[in-house]
Design a protein around this ligand. Structure first.
Ligand SMILES: *[C@@H]1O[C@H](CO)[C@@H](O)[C@H](O)[C@H]1NC(C)=O
Ligand SMILES: *[C@@H]1O[C@H](CO)[C@@H](O)[C@H](O)[C@H]1NC(C)=O
Ligand SMILES: *[C@@H]1O[C@H](CO)[C@@H](O)[C@H](O)[C@H]1NC(C)=O
Ligand SMILES: *[C@@H]1O[C@H](CO)[C@@H](O)[C@H](O)[C@H]1NC(C)=O
Ligand SMILES: *[C@@H]1O[C@H](CO)[C@@H](O)[C@H](O)[C@H]1NC(C)=O
Ligand SMILES: *[C@@H]1O[C@H](CO)[C@@H](O)[C@H](O)[C@H]1NC(C)=O
Ligand SMILES: *[C@@H]1O[C@H](CO)[C@@H](O)[C@H](O)[C@H]1NC(C)=O
Ligand SMILES: *[C@@H]1O[C@H](CO)[C@@H](O)[C@H](O)[C@H]1NC(C)=O
Length: 595
């Protein structure tokens, strides 16, 4: 042994009285440099004295009686190897032959009858050669392969070594090096786990053996390889809870945990995903859109079965108002004909549909779809036309379609020579009253010149003179039309006659004539005088909007202008849901806007 034997002194003091027949019971011991030891695990512990080879050992038997020493049942005599004194036995240099039970027999001094026996077992310490684990009776080498849920039964075994180990400690070391005690699953050299779980996979089971001959425990271990079915972890960039808007880059990631590993397969609504997935489980949308809304799940093939994650709903928010495309333009010559088709405006031509004309925020029905024929086109018919499908069988589908291809308005452009439409052609005014003559004039290209020719003067709009005020031009009913009015603050006889409104554009010239007849009124002369006196500036004129006609002016049939009402009527007549068509279209327009 490593230490000089002379310095090692082991002694056993057998103090207690032991009944002759019982032989092996408890005793206390005083001992230097080594330890008594009770073999763990076997119930009948015996007193052991563990000694190192070549040590000097003293066995002491404190008694007044006559003593006899025995080893392995044979008497031991005083010799060079064994020094026997009154109540001690000294083993000068312990060898392996000295192992076994040593007894000190107490004899009655007179009768030499055996009164009592005390005993101790000498064990010569031996360093264990090694340790190993066995599982289900088989010695473990490298990996321990198991199925999740199976029971684990292991045993820690020592190769050589004396005496038996003082302790067995069981540990589970995770792949990242953390150790957890398995004390609750072990009894001495035995380890028993009812159900092995996947979180033990790749872990290391360690048995740590403490032995008197060792300064540090001796370890033996086995790595655990547990086969288990897939479990899924799904993550998202941006994270869950962050609302997804159209156009955002979104990344879904599926991690499948199984042993042996299996590949993640993305599915959308039980079909293939809308974008390609990468082999490592990414489903990357470079720009997510409303078409990607749906249920997603991740699946994996394992042991010839398909396993799947729970469904994940991906919602995509999108702008409620669709961006309207600029209207398409259709140009038609004044007086010409044109056909508008619903298909051109992006609306299905199969279902029932209606044509409407946008007037401000209102949509007025102008005819049934899918084709709208316009003949002898007037300037007043220019503007935006919209084909509307009144029926929506599946609101969701219709909404989505509306979002994807918003109906496109068709802008009808009318071109031609200028046209003048007098609002009333024959007027009869009572002398002394105020009067306005009005015309609507249309031109595309725009008018370059416009002026009134009265019986006495010529005035451009905005000018006044000769008892006339030519009002500034105002907006008309359609894009190409304007209104002009000539105000006579005080009408008298001389004003009667022909009034012309003349318009010129690059395409030509046009005039409109208004005939004015004046009848004598009560204040005729005084009015004339008043007017004459205050000829230039003193008369305050309140310009009136052209269509409002003085009460004292006779009404006449209006010229051949197709009005909104007539358009609505025309549409109704063409079978667009009767008189309610206009209203229906208005409702539809409202619902389209609010989607
Ligand atoms: C062992 O079991 C006891 C009682 O169930 C528990 O309190 C203790 O934390 C367990 N120890 C380990 C290491 O799991
Ligand atoms: C288990 O260990 C092996 C090899 O040490 C390694 O390739 C594998 O990724 C590990 N698996 C887990 C789930 O830690
Ligand atoms: C054996 O394991 C124990 C506990 O994990 C550790 O303290 C000891 O250092 C290990 N001994 C050797 C020789 O690795
Ligand atoms: C672990 O077990 C799996 C499934 O039985 C097997 O495919 C794999 O090769 C094993 N790994 C090791 C390191 O033994
Ligand atoms: C998908 O997106 C993730 C995260 O943005 C990125 O790490 C990964 O490389 C992408 N994969 C592919 C195939 O584009
Ligand atoms: C206007 O009056 C003239 C002359 O009195 C007449 O010839 C013409 O028919 C009238 N026009 C209309 C539309 O009534
Ligand atoms: C016409 O408009 C101009 C400028 O807007 C204004 O100065 C003028 O008074 C107007 N004329 C009439 C008759 O309203
Ligand atoms: C003007 O009106 C009067 C009375 O109604 C009528 O007698 C006369 O012929 C009219 N003059 C013209 C030019 O229409």
């Amino acid at each position: 042994m490593c230490s000089p034997p002379s310095l090692i002194f082991s002694a056993l003091l057998l103090v207690s009285f032991i009944q002759s027949h019982s032989g092996l019971t408890s005793h206390s011991l005083r001992h230097h440099g080594s330890a008594t030891h009770a073999t763990p695990g076997d119930g009948n512990s015996r007193p052991e004295l563990v000694v190192r080879l070549h040590e000097e050992v003293v066995l002491a038997c404190d008694s007044n009686r006559v003593l006899a020493w025995k080893h392995n049942g044979k008497s031991v005599q005083h010799s060079a190897a064994y020094r026997v004194t009154a109540n001690t036995l000294r083993i000068m240099k312990v060898t392996n032959q000295d192992e076994g039970p040593w007894q000190c027999e107490e004899l009655d001094a007179k009768s030499r009858v055996l009164v009592a026996t005390r005993a101790v077992w000498i064990v010569v310490m031996e360093i264990p050669k090694g340790a190993f684990l066995s599982f289900d009776g088989k010695r473990a080498s490298g990996w321990l392969n198991m199925k999740e849920g199976a029971p684990l039964k292991g045993r820690c075994l020592m190769d050589g070594g004396k005496p038996a180990p003082t302790a067995y400690d069981w540990w589970l070391e995770s792949p990242d090096g953390e150790q957890e005690s398995l004390a609750n699953f072990s009894t001495g050299a035995d380890l028993a786990i009812d159900k092995i779980l996947r979180d033990m996979h790749n872990g290391t089971i360690i048995c740590s053996i403490s032995h008197v001959a060792l300064d540090n425990p001796m370890n033996t271990s086995a790595k655990v390889n547990i086969t288990y079915s897939p479990s899924f972890a799904i993550s998202r960039i941006p994270g869950f809870g962050f609302p997804l808007r159209e156009g955002l880059a979104v990344s879904l990631k599926c991690d499948v945990d199984s042993n042996p590993p299996s590949r993640p397969i993305w599915m959308k609504d039980d079909g293939d995903p809308p974008v390609e997935q990468s082999p490592d489980g990414y489903l990357n949308f470079s720009s997510i859109s409303r078409e990607h809304i749906g249920w997603y799940k991740c699946s994996a093939e394992y042991d010839s079965s398909t396993y799947a994650s729970s469904g994940l709903f991906i919602n995509v928010r999108y702008e409620e108002v669709f961006t309207k495309q600029p209207p398409r333009q259709v140009e038609v010559a004044l007086g010409g004909g044109v056909t508008l088709d619903c298909g051109d405006s992006g609306v299905s031509t199969t279902g029932p549909n209606c044509w409407g004309r946008l007037s401000g925020n209102r949509l007025e029905a102008v005819g049934a779809g899918p084709q709208l024929r316009l003949d002898s086109v007037l300037y007043q018919e220019a503007g935006a036309y919209r084909c509307v499908a009144p029926e929506k069988p599946d609101p969701l589908v219709a909404e989505r379609k509306a979002m994807l291809t918003p109906p496109q308005d068709i802008e009808l452009v009318v071109t031609g020579q200028p046209v003048v439409y007098p609002i009333r052609r024959n007027l009869t005014a009572v002398g002394g009253s105020q009067l306005s003559l009005s015309v609507e004039f249309c031109a595309n290209p725009e008018a370059t010149h416009a002026f009134w020719l009265t019986p006495t003067v010529a005035l451009r709009p905005g000018q006044e003179g000769g008892g006339y005020i030519a009002q500034n031009v105002t907006e008309g009913d359609s894009a190409h039309c304007r209104r002009a009015a000539l105000t006579i603050p005080g009408v008298y006889l001389e004003h009667a006659g022909e009034y012309l409104f003349v318009v010129r554009s690059l395409r030509g010239m046009a005039d409109g004539m208004v005939l004015l007849n004046v009848t004598r009124g009560a204040s005729y002369y005084s009015t004339k005088r008043a007017w004459s006196n205050s000829h230039s500036k003193t008369v305050v004129v309140v310009p009136k909007p052209p269509p409002s006609i003085e009460d004292n002016v006779q009404d006449e049939p209006r010229p051949e202008v197709t009005t909104e009402a007539e358009l609505v009527e025309a549409a109704a007549g063409a079978g667009c849901a009767g008189a309610a068509a206009g209203q229906l279209l208005l409702l539809l327009l409202a619902s389209v806007v609010s989607m």
